[in-house]
Design a protein around this ligand. Sequence first.
Ligand code: NAG
Ligand code: NAG
Length: 350
Amino acid sequence: MSRSPSVSTETVLIASTIGVLTILGLYWYQRKRKNAVPTKWEPVGKVKNLFIYPLKSGHRIELETAICTEYGIKMPKSGPSYQFRDRSFLVYKEDDNEFRTARQYTNMIFIKIAPHPTKEDHFTLDAPRMPTLTVRIPSLKTTPQGEITFHKGEKIFTLDCGDKAAKWISNYILGSNSGLRLGFHDTDHRRNICNSHKKYLGVYPRFRNQSIGMYTDFTSYLVINQASVDDLNNRIPETNITALNFRPNILVEGENATPYSEDNWNWVKIGDAILYLAKPCTRCVFTTIDPETGIKSESNEPIKTLKKYRMLKDVKNIELDGSLPVMGNNMGLEKGGVVSVGDVVYVGRN
Ligand SMILES: *[C@@H]1O[C@H](CO)[C@@H](O)[C@H](O)[C@H]1NC(C)=O
Ligand SMILES: *[C@@H]1O[C@H](CO)[C@@H](O)[C@H](O)[C@H]1NC(C)=O
């Protein structure tokens, strides 16, 4: 009788140890399973549009077919356009090499960089009321390696596109002969997660060095669900919000792609390409610039309305990102492949 309390203490100890280990094991298993590439795929819709933005903050080019690479969407044609990838050009300040976007100069959204139709290794620069400029794509053979300063002081590789491009860009954006320059990323120089983004690693388990693209803010892909944009637009009667406000690479539409179901699209398969959700995309003032007119919304839409119902909910995420609303998925590439408008979009279930 006198021993029974100590026996039961032992039993309790053993039982609770087994319990704790089981819970830890299950947690580990769930986490591993959630982060593994799924084997089951369900169709949710189709690719409605594909967009590439060769210049960060610049004009989109709509594609029928694109190649999904680790560094984002690439144009499919052979020849010089093989270099044309999403966000591979960027504007930076001449005096301190700091990057510039449409957050500072809204007229940047009309600058169109495209492959030259005939000249190998050249691209064209176009913008309203500006002459077309043909520029050679810089390479390490012709141009010394440079470095631009990005968000939060991150340093990223760049190759300057030369004086003529700098003058053209400064003329168009500033109305001056100098001040800004144009940089290009050749993808040969890997960009790794910078110090200020390391804090995301524990919270977003699939986020990794290979997720981040070239001059993209967070990841090499932005996937948007048309139904979510339609739902948002219905909440803002006075303004016409379209998916273009959010500058997606892949726009998905379909019966089973219900509004905000993309929050659970941890894995997406289109053709052979497989993308993983790295992080929900938090949205800034850029989305309030009308993609057709370049005019900033006076009522701060769609951010004002998004803030009413699409705020980050998880405390951990809020600590990382601040109090910001979400629209779309920042995705990384698991497996490359060709994607086309009309392709079925599958979501993986683990
Ligand atoms: C990213 O790459 C750098 C440089 O190779 C490495 O030190 C770092 O551990 C990598 N980070 C992750 C999360 O894999
Ligand atoms: C809203 O934008 C879409 C796409 O540009 C256009 O087709 C439609 O006519 C616009 N609607 C209004 C009310 O302006």
